[in-house]
Design a protein around this ligand. Structure first.
Ligand code: ATP
Ligand code: MG
Length: 388
Protein backbone atom coordinates (compact mmCIF):
# COMPACT_ATOMS: atom_id res chain seq x y z
CA UNK A 1 0.00 0.00 0.00
CA UNK A 2 1.03 3.60 -0.27
CA UNK A 3 3.03 5.07 2.53
CA UNK A 4 1.46 7.51 4.96
CA UNK A 5 3.21 10.31 3.11
CA UNK A 6 1.88 9.32 -0.24
CA UNK A 7 -1.71 8.94 0.86
CA UNK A 8 -1.94 12.02 3.03
CA UNK A 9 0.96 14.23 2.22
CA UNK A 10 -0.75 16.47 -0.30
CA UNK A 11 -3.37 16.59 -2.99
CA UNK A 12 -0.96 16.08 -5.88
CA UNK A 13 0.17 12.72 -4.58
CA UNK A 14 -3.16 10.98 -4.58
CA UNK A 15 -2.68 9.39 -7.98
CA UNK A 16 0.56 7.78 -6.82
CA UNK A 17 -1.24 5.61 -4.28
CA UNK A 18 -1.79 2.00 -5.25
CA UNK A 19 -5.40 1.47 -6.26
CA UNK A 20 -5.75 -1.88 -4.59
CA UNK A 21 -3.89 -3.68 -1.88
CA UNK A 22 -3.99 -6.33 0.78
CA UNK A 23 -4.00 -10.01 0.13
CA UNK A 24 -6.59 -12.19 -1.50
CA UNK A 25 -8.51 -12.71 1.71
CA UNK A 26 -9.02 -9.11 2.71
CA UNK A 27 -8.46 -6.84 -0.25
CA UNK A 28 -8.77 -3.11 0.18
CA UNK A 29 -9.09 -0.42 -2.42
CA UNK A 30 -9.40 3.29 -2.95
CA UNK A 31 -12.95 4.61 -2.91
CA UNK A 32 -14.00 7.84 -4.58
CA UNK A 33 -15.88 10.49 -2.65
CA UNK A 34 -18.78 10.08 -5.08
CA UNK A 35 -18.99 6.36 -4.34
CA UNK A 36 -19.05 6.85 -0.57
CA UNK A 37 -21.47 9.76 -0.86
CA UNK A 38 -23.86 7.52 -2.78
CA UNK A 39 -23.36 4.53 -0.46
CA UNK A 40 -24.26 6.58 2.64
CA UNK A 41 -27.12 8.49 1.02
CA UNK A 42 -25.07 11.70 1.16
CA UNK A 43 -23.80 10.99 4.71
CA UNK A 44 -27.37 10.96 5.89
CA UNK A 45 -27.79 11.58 9.66
CA UNK A 46 -30.14 8.60 9.69
CA UNK A 47 -27.26 6.41 8.56
CA UNK A 48 -24.95 7.63 11.31
CA UNK A 49 -23.64 4.82 13.50
CA UNK A 50 -21.82 6.96 15.99
CA UNK A 51 -19.21 9.59 16.57
CA UNK A 52 -15.75 9.40 18.05
CA UNK A 53 -12.57 11.41 18.32
CA UNK A 54 -11.82 11.04 14.62
CA UNK A 55 -15.21 12.03 13.27
CA UNK A 56 -18.53 10.44 12.40
CA UNK A 57 -19.13 6.87 11.30
CA UNK A 58 -21.85 6.14 8.72
CA UNK A 59 -23.45 2.92 7.56
CA UNK A 60 -23.41 2.43 3.80
CA UNK A 61 -24.03 -0.06 1.03
CA UNK A 62 -22.05 -0.32 -2.20
CA UNK A 63 -23.75 -1.17 -5.54
CA UNK A 64 -22.40 -4.73 -5.26
CA UNK A 65 -24.26 -5.16 -1.94
CA UNK A 66 -21.34 -4.82 0.48
CA UNK A 67 -22.33 -3.22 3.77
CA UNK A 68 -19.68 -0.77 4.93
CA UNK A 69 -18.93 1.60 7.78
CA UNK A 70 -17.41 4.88 6.62
CA UNK A 71 -15.38 6.89 9.10
CA UNK A 72 -15.35 10.49 7.98
CA UNK A 73 -12.61 12.76 9.27
CA UNK A 74 -14.05 15.61 11.31
CA UNK A 75 -11.60 18.32 10.37
CA UNK A 76 -8.52 18.59 8.25
CA UNK A 77 -6.13 19.50 11.04
CA UNK A 78 -2.59 18.21 10.94
CA UNK A 79 -3.36 16.05 13.97
CA UNK A 80 -6.38 14.49 12.30
CA UNK A 81 -4.38 13.92 9.13
CA UNK A 82 -1.68 12.25 11.17
CA UNK A 83 -4.21 9.93 12.78
CA UNK A 84 -5.63 9.10 9.38
CA UNK A 85 -2.17 8.32 8.08
CA UNK A 86 -1.38 6.09 11.07
CA UNK A 87 -4.68 4.28 10.84
CA UNK A 88 -4.29 3.52 7.15
CA UNK A 89 -0.64 2.59 7.56
CA UNK A 90 -1.29 0.28 10.49
CA UNK A 91 -4.44 -1.26 9.09
CA UNK A 92 -2.54 -2.17 5.96
CA UNK A 93 -0.13 -4.22 8.07
CA UNK A 94 -2.53 -6.28 10.12
CA UNK A 95 -4.32 -9.46 9.16
CA UNK A 96 -6.09 -11.27 11.94
CA UNK A 97 -9.61 -12.60 12.29
CA UNK A 98 -10.10 -10.60 15.49
CA UNK A 99 -8.86 -7.28 14.16
CA UNK A 100 -10.99 -5.02 11.99
CA UNK A 101 -8.99 -4.66 8.82
CA UNK A 102 -9.14 -2.06 6.13
CA UNK A 103 -11.76 -2.27 3.37
CA UNK A 104 -10.50 0.90 1.78
CA UNK A 105 -10.05 4.61 2.07
CA UNK A 106 -10.78 7.84 0.29
CA UNK A 107 -8.53 10.84 -0.13
CA UNK A 108 -9.87 13.97 -1.73
CA UNK A 109 -8.72 17.57 -1.48
CA UNK A 110 -10.93 18.19 1.52
CA UNK A 111 -11.81 14.73 2.76
CA UNK A 112 -10.22 11.79 4.44
CA UNK A 113 -12.31 8.68 5.02
CA UNK A 114 -11.65 5.12 6.11
CA UNK A 115 -13.88 2.28 4.96
CA UNK A 116 -14.42 -0.86 7.05
CA UNK A 117 -16.74 -3.81 6.80
CA UNK A 118 -19.94 -3.03 8.63
CA UNK A 119 -20.27 -4.98 11.88
CA UNK A 120 -23.98 -5.79 12.32
CA UNK A 121 -23.79 -6.17 16.09
CA UNK A 122 -22.01 -2.84 16.48
CA UNK A 123 -19.70 -2.41 19.45
CA UNK A 124 -19.30 -4.18 22.78
CA UNK A 125 -20.22 -0.84 24.35
CA UNK A 126 -23.69 -0.93 22.81
CA UNK A 127 -24.28 -4.38 24.36
CA UNK A 128 -22.87 -3.60 27.79
CA UNK A 129 -24.21 -0.09 28.32
CA UNK A 130 -25.98 1.05 25.16
CA UNK A 131 -29.00 0.28 23.02
CA UNK A 132 -28.75 -3.53 23.28
CA UNK A 133 -27.88 -3.75 26.99
CA UNK A 134 -31.43 -4.64 28.10
CA UNK A 135 -31.85 -7.41 25.51
CA UNK A 136 -28.85 -9.28 26.96
CA UNK A 137 -27.90 -10.68 23.56
CA UNK A 138 -24.43 -11.08 24.96
CA UNK A 139 -24.87 -14.10 27.21
CA UNK A 140 -22.10 -15.54 29.38
CA UNK A 141 -20.68 -17.85 26.72
CA UNK A 142 -20.48 -15.04 24.20
CA UNK A 143 -18.81 -12.75 26.74
CA UNK A 144 -16.10 -15.30 27.45
CA UNK A 145 -15.57 -15.77 23.74
CA UNK A 146 -15.34 -11.99 23.24
CA UNK A 147 -12.74 -11.80 26.03
CA UNK A 148 -10.57 -14.61 24.63
CA UNK A 149 -10.80 -13.66 20.97
CA UNK A 150 -10.19 -9.95 21.50
CA UNK A 151 -7.19 -10.89 23.67
CA UNK A 152 -5.92 -12.96 20.73
CA UNK A 153 -6.28 -9.96 18.42
CA UNK A 154 -4.23 -7.77 20.77
CA UNK A 155 -1.71 -10.58 21.25
CA UNK A 156 -1.19 -10.59 17.50
CA UNK A 157 -0.52 -6.83 17.53
CA UNK A 158 1.97 -7.16 20.39
CA UNK A 159 3.78 -10.32 19.44
CA UNK A 160 3.29 -11.15 15.80
CA UNK A 161 3.38 -7.97 13.72
CA UNK A 162 6.73 -6.39 13.06
CA UNK A 163 7.26 -3.71 14.25
CA UNK A 164 5.02 -4.46 17.21
CA UNK A 165 1.91 -2.39 17.56
CA UNK A 166 0.56 -0.91 20.76
CA UNK A 167 -3.09 -0.07 20.32
CA UNK A 168 -3.32 2.61 23.08
CA UNK A 169 -7.12 2.83 23.03
CA UNK A 170 -8.45 -0.57 24.04
CA UNK A 171 -12.02 0.00 25.21
CA UNK A 172 -15.55 -1.32 24.73
CA UNK A 173 -16.43 0.96 21.80
CA UNK A 174 -13.34 -0.26 19.97
CA UNK A 175 -14.37 -3.91 20.12
CA UNK A 176 -16.86 -4.50 17.32
CA UNK A 177 -19.03 -7.57 16.94
CA UNK A 178 -19.83 -9.38 13.71
CA UNK A 179 -23.09 -11.21 12.96
CA UNK A 180 -21.93 -14.17 15.09
CA UNK A 181 -20.78 -11.95 17.94
CA UNK A 182 -17.16 -12.66 17.09
CA UNK A 183 -15.14 -9.66 18.31
CA UNK A 184 -12.95 -7.53 16.07
CA UNK A 185 -10.69 -5.01 17.77
CA UNK A 186 -10.86 -1.74 15.85
CA UNK A 187 -9.30 1.70 15.69
CA UNK A 188 -5.61 1.81 15.24
CA UNK A 189 -5.53 5.58 14.78
CA UNK A 190 -3.90 5.87 18.17
CA UNK A 191 -1.55 3.00 17.59
CA UNK A 192 2.13 3.27 18.22
CA UNK A 193 4.61 1.29 16.20
CA UNK A 194 7.44 0.05 18.40
CA UNK A 195 10.76 -0.72 16.70
CA UNK A 196 12.52 -3.94 17.68
CA UNK A 197 14.52 -3.81 20.90
CA UNK A 198 12.68 -0.82 22.34
CA UNK A 199 10.89 -1.66 25.59
CA UNK A 200 8.89 1.54 25.98
CA UNK A 201 8.54 5.00 24.55
CA UNK A 202 7.54 8.32 26.04
CA UNK A 203 4.69 9.95 24.25
CA UNK A 204 1.76 12.32 24.44
CA UNK A 205 -1.09 10.70 26.32
CA UNK A 206 -4.07 9.67 24.26
CA UNK A 207 -6.79 7.32 25.25
CA UNK A 208 -9.77 7.17 27.52
CA UNK A 209 -9.82 7.92 31.22
CA UNK A 210 -10.84 4.84 33.15
CA UNK A 211 -8.80 2.57 30.89
CA UNK A 212 -5.51 4.44 31.15
CA UNK A 213 -2.59 2.69 32.83
CA UNK A 214 -1.15 4.87 35.62
CA UNK A 215 2.39 5.05 34.22
CA UNK A 216 0.99 6.12 30.87
CA UNK A 217 -1.40 8.71 32.29
CA UNK A 218 1.25 10.14 34.60
CA UNK A 219 4.40 10.08 32.52
CA UNK A 220 3.27 9.19 29.03
CA UNK A 221 5.29 5.99 29.30
CA UNK A 222 3.84 3.70 26.70
CA UNK A 223 4.54 0.00 26.32
CA UNK A 224 2.53 -3.11 25.50
CA UNK A 225 1.70 -3.24 29.22
CA UNK A 226 -0.54 -0.16 28.81
CA UNK A 227 -2.78 -2.24 26.54
CA UNK A 228 -2.66 -5.06 29.08
CA UNK A 229 -3.92 -2.67 31.77
CA UNK A 230 -6.75 -1.38 29.54
CA UNK A 231 -7.63 -4.96 28.65
CA UNK A 232 -7.86 -5.81 32.37
CA UNK A 233 -10.35 -2.98 32.83
CA UNK A 234 -12.25 -4.23 29.77
CA UNK A 235 -12.39 -7.74 31.27
CA UNK A 236 -13.93 -6.36 34.46
CA UNK A 237 -16.41 -4.41 32.37
CA UNK A 238 -17.41 -7.46 30.30
CA UNK A 239 -18.24 -9.66 33.30
CA UNK A 240 -19.66 -7.04 35.66
CA UNK A 241 -21.50 -4.85 33.15
CA UNK A 242 -20.21 -1.77 35.02
CA UNK A 243 -18.59 1.22 33.33
CA UNK A 244 -14.85 1.83 33.85
CA UNK A 245 -15.79 5.15 35.49
CA UNK A 246 -19.13 5.61 37.14
CA UNK A 247 -20.71 8.78 38.38
CA UNK A 248 -22.21 8.36 41.85
CA UNK A 249 -25.37 10.14 43.01
CA UNK A 250 -23.27 12.47 45.17
CA UNK A 251 -21.46 13.66 42.06
CA UNK A 252 -18.15 11.88 42.68
CA UNK A 253 -16.77 9.32 40.27
CA UNK A 254 -15.59 5.83 41.01
CA UNK A 255 -13.36 3.53 39.00
CA UNK A 256 -14.47 -0.03 38.30
CA UNK A 257 -11.56 -1.40 40.37
CA UNK A 258 -12.60 0.68 43.39
CA UNK A 259 -16.10 -0.70 43.03
CA UNK A 260 -14.99 -4.33 42.58
CA UNK A 261 -12.35 -4.46 45.30
CA UNK A 262 -14.60 -4.86 48.39
CA UNK A 263 -16.67 -7.59 46.72
CA UNK A 264 -13.54 -9.53 45.80
CA UNK A 265 -12.14 -9.15 49.31
CA UNK A 266 -15.30 -10.67 50.73
CA UNK A 267 -15.52 -13.30 48.00
CA UNK A 268 -18.98 -12.02 47.00
CA UNK A 269 -18.78 -13.01 43.37
CA UNK A 270 -22.52 -13.18 42.82
CA UNK A 271 -22.71 -9.46 43.62
CA UNK A 272 -19.95 -8.73 41.14
CA UNK A 273 -21.37 -10.44 38.09
CA UNK A 274 -23.57 -8.47 35.70
CA UNK A 275 -27.08 -8.69 37.19
CA UNK A 276 -28.54 -8.61 33.68
CA UNK A 277 -27.27 -12.17 33.23
CA UNK A 278 -29.78 -13.24 35.88
CA UNK A 279 -27.40 -15.67 37.49
CA UNK A 280 -26.66 -17.51 34.23
CA UNK A 281 -22.89 -17.70 34.38
CA UNK A 282 -20.13 -20.14 35.15
CA UNK A 283 -18.66 -19.36 38.56
CA UNK A 284 -15.28 -20.96 37.90
CA UNK A 285 -14.85 -19.04 34.68
CA UNK A 286 -15.94 -15.90 36.47
CA UNK A 287 -13.24 -16.33 39.13
CA UNK A 288 -10.70 -17.09 36.43
CA UNK A 289 -11.52 -13.86 34.58
CA UNK A 290 -11.42 -11.81 37.79
CA UNK A 291 -8.00 -13.29 38.53
CA UNK A 292 -6.69 -12.43 35.08
CA UNK A 293 -8.13 -8.91 35.29
CA UNK A 294 -6.45 -8.41 38.69
CA UNK A 295 -3.10 -9.42 37.21
CA UNK A 296 -3.59 -7.01 34.29
CA UNK A 297 -4.46 -3.95 36.38
CA UNK A 298 -1.44 -4.08 38.67
CA UNK A 299 0.13 -0.67 39.15
CA UNK A 300 3.62 -1.78 38.19
CA UNK A 301 3.70 -2.56 34.47
CA UNK A 302 6.48 -5.17 34.89
CA UNK A 303 4.19 -7.28 37.04
CA UNK A 304 1.41 -7.41 34.49
CA UNK A 305 1.28 -10.48 32.24
CA UNK A 306 1.94 -10.28 28.52
CA UNK A 307 -1.06 -10.63 26.21
CA UNK A 308 0.22 -14.08 25.30
CA UNK A 309 -0.01 -15.06 28.96
CA UNK A 310 -3.41 -13.40 29.23
CA UNK A 311 -4.71 -15.56 26.38
CA UNK A 312 -3.33 -18.70 28.00
CA UNK A 313 -4.77 -17.78 31.38
CA UNK A 314 -8.17 -17.03 29.92
CA UNK A 315 -8.19 -20.33 28.09
CA UNK A 316 -7.24 -22.02 31.35
CA UNK A 317 -4.13 -23.60 29.88
CA UNK A 318 -1.77 -21.78 32.26
CA UNK A 319 -1.05 -23.40 35.64
CA UNK A 320 -3.17 -22.19 38.55
CA UNK A 321 0.10 -21.26 40.33
CA UNK A 322 0.20 -18.10 38.21
CA UNK A 323 -2.48 -16.71 40.47
CA UNK A 324 -0.42 -16.91 43.63
CA UNK A 325 0.20 -13.51 45.19
CA UNK A 326 -2.53 -12.08 43.03
CA UNK A 327 -3.60 -8.62 44.14
CA UNK A 328 -6.31 -6.32 43.01
CA UNK A 329 -4.95 -2.82 42.92
CA UNK A 330 -7.05 0.16 42.22
CA UNK A 331 -6.27 3.58 40.97
CA UNK A 332 -8.27 6.43 42.37
CA UNK A 333 -8.39 9.51 40.19
CA UNK A 334 -8.41 12.77 42.08
CA UNK A 335 -11.12 15.41 41.72
CA UNK A 336 -9.63 17.72 39.10
CA UNK A 337 -8.73 14.82 36.85
CA UNK A 338 -12.22 13.40 37.20
CA UNK A 339 -13.68 16.74 36.22
CA UNK A 340 -12.02 16.28 32.82
CA UNK A 341 -14.10 13.18 32.27
CA UNK A 342 -16.97 14.73 30.38
CA UNK A 343 -17.99 11.29 29.12
CA UNK A 344 -19.49 10.10 32.37
CA UNK A 345 -20.70 13.62 33.14
CA UNK A 346 -22.94 13.61 30.11
CA UNK A 347 -24.17 10.14 30.95
CA UNK A 348 -24.11 9.10 27.34
CA UNK A 349 -22.86 5.87 25.88
CA UNK A 350 -19.62 7.26 24.60
CA UNK A 351 -16.51 7.36 26.63
CA UNK A 352 -14.51 10.50 26.57
CA UNK A 353 -11.32 10.46 24.62
CA UNK A 354 -8.34 12.54 25.53
CA UNK A 355 -5.90 13.66 22.92
CA UNK A 356 -4.82 17.10 23.93
CA UNK A 357 -2.51 18.57 21.33
CA UNK A 358 -1.57 21.51 23.50
CA UNK A 359 0.20 19.44 26.11
CA UNK A 360 2.81 16.75 26.11
CA UNK A 361 0.64 14.96 28.67
CA UNK A 362 -2.89 15.27 27.37
CA UNK A 363 -4.82 14.06 30.38
CA UNK A 364 -3.09 16.48 32.69
CA UNK A 365 -3.39 19.54 30.50
CA UNK A 366 -0.97 22.21 31.63
CA UNK A 367 0.21 20.46 34.77
CA UNK A 368 3.95 20.27 35.23
CA UNK A 369 5.61 16.90 35.07
CA UNK A 370 6.78 17.30 38.70
CA UNK A 371 3.19 17.48 39.79
CA UNK A 372 2.20 14.38 37.91
CA UNK A 373 1.97 12.21 40.98
CA UNK A 374 -0.62 14.45 42.57
CA UNK A 375 -3.60 13.69 40.37
CA UNK A 376 -3.37 10.05 41.35
CA UNK A 377 -3.42 8.51 44.74
CA UNK A 378 -3.09 4.81 44.89
CA UNK A 379 -5.25 2.97 47.35
CA UNK A 380 -2.38 0.91 48.55
CA UNK A 381 -1.80 -2.50 47.15
CA UNK A 382 -4.27 -4.61 48.95
CA UNK A 383 -3.59 -8.26 49.03
CA UNK A 384 -6.78 -10.09 48.34
CA UNK A 385 -5.31 -13.54 48.25
CA UNK A 386 -5.73 -16.12 45.60
CA UNK A 387 -9.18 -16.75 44.32
CA UNK A 388 -9.59 -20.41 43.61
N1 ATP B 1 -17.22 -1.13 11.28
C1 ATP B 1 -18.22 -0.72 12.07
N2 ATP B 1 -19.39 -1.38 12.06
C2 ATP B 1 -20.40 -0.99 12.86
N3 ATP B 1 -20.35 0.07 13.69
C3 ATP B 1 -19.20 0.76 13.75
C4 ATP B 1 -18.08 0.42 12.95
N4 ATP B 1 -17.08 1.29 13.22
C5 ATP B 1 -17.56 2.11 14.17
N5 ATP B 1 -18.84 1.81 14.48
C6 ATP B 1 -19.70 2.48 15.44
O1 ATP B 1 -19.45 3.87 15.43
C7 ATP B 1 -19.18 4.33 16.76
C8 ATP B 1 -18.16 5.46 16.67
O2 ATP B 1 -16.91 4.90 16.37
P1 ATP B 1 -15.56 5.69 16.56
O3 ATP B 1 -14.46 4.72 16.44
O4 ATP B 1 -15.53 6.87 15.65
O5 ATP B 1 -15.66 6.28 18.05
P2 ATP B 1 -15.36 5.65 19.45
O6 ATP B 1 -14.91 4.24 19.30
O7 ATP B 1 -16.53 5.88 20.32
O8 ATP B 1 -14.18 6.53 19.98
P3 ATP B 1 -12.68 6.60 19.42
O9 ATP B 1 -12.65 7.76 18.49
O10 ATP B 1 -11.90 6.82 20.64
O11 ATP B 1 -12.39 5.30 18.76
C9 ATP B 1 -18.71 3.09 17.53
O12 ATP B 1 -19.05 3.13 18.88
C10 ATP B 1 -19.43 1.95 16.83
O13 ATP B 1 -20.66 1.68 17.48
MG1 MG C 1 -13.63 3.64 17.97
Amino acid sequence: MGSSQSCCGGSGKVEEVAKIGGDGESPWRLFTFKELHAATNGFDEEFKLGEGGFGSVYWGKTPDGLQIAVKKLKSMTSKAEMEFAIEVEVLGRVRHKNLLGLRGYCVGNEQRMIVYDYMPNLSLLSHLHGQFARDVRLDWKKRINVAIRSAEGIMYLHHEVNPHIIHRDIKASNVLLDSNFEPLVADFGFAKLIPDGVSHMTTRVKGTLGYLAPEYAMWGKVSEKCDVYSFGILLLEIITGRKPLEKLPNGTKRTITEWAEPFILKGKFKDLVDQKLQGKFDENQFKQVINVAALCVQTEPEKRPTMKEVVELLKGSEKKDSFKHMRLESVKYKEHLMSLDKGSEEDNDDDNTYADESSAYGVFGALHVQKMQEPYSFQGTKQVGTIT
